[in-house]
Design a protein around this ligand. Sequence first.
Ligand code: AMP
Length: 281
Amino acid sequence: MIAPIVHTVVEVRAAVSRARSMGLSVAFVPTMGALHEGHAALVRAAVRPASFVVVSVFVNPKQFGPNEDFAKYPRTLEADQALCSAAGANLIFAPNANEMYPDGSVTFVDIAKLGDGLCGASRPGHFRGVCTVVLKLFNIVQADVAHFGAKDWQQATIIRRMVRDLDVPIRIAVEPTVREADGLALSSRNRYLNAEERAAAPGPYRALLEIRDRAAGQNAPALEADLRERLSAIPGARVDYARIVDAATLEPIAIVDRPAVAAVAVFLGTTRLIDNILLGP
Ligand code: AMP
């Protein structure tokens, strides 16, 4: 079945309340479109025998900085509809910016320190924009569960915290990162890479695997330095950050003696790629 596309809050609410009146539970997958197998995996994880799965496709202007790729971010709604439908989605919500932010919208969700490090350090205001749009989408769809990807570890952690702090009645599920055969994490931005950059793009994941295998009990700053060196050796790469932090709080750690995450952001040309890996104690 082809999942229909609706563009307004009123339409999505009507469809969700019809689904509820039929006794279905509601699952939600927020995206910015240009969908790939990583998104499809989120949709498949959301599909249950009696579920109604809503996917949102919205390139949120409030989470892009002034010099970022908002204008050129790929928009492929027809292909997105086909991918969502094949994965089992029941409805696509694709609002325009005015539907989400009518004139006079001034309220933001501020998540303080959690959004300041890692990606937030190079993208000031990014997570404020993410949290604002995600909370709005949660309020619009009113799902029982929302599925996020582990690829954006900081984002998933921040959303969990926001939901806890603001008592949002939704369960957050985090799904594993889907990768190309050579290890590159799927991303809508991979299509910006030229042939040379694409050849170098599995490098960050390789570096993460190399440090993971001997991380337990190690000095975290020394491992970070090692990771950064490995990233710098990738042809054409410019390292944005290479950090090892507590997996739940995102705080720096001294020793890898608890669940931690190694998170990296690397520019290849003008394309910024992020990836991460969990490190056990
Ligand atoms: P985006 O459209 O990039 O904003 O991502 C929408 C959702 O898909 C987020 O929860 C991402 O973490 C998730 N996602 C993106 N890429 C992947 C991937 N390669 N594997 C798993 N989830 C992903």
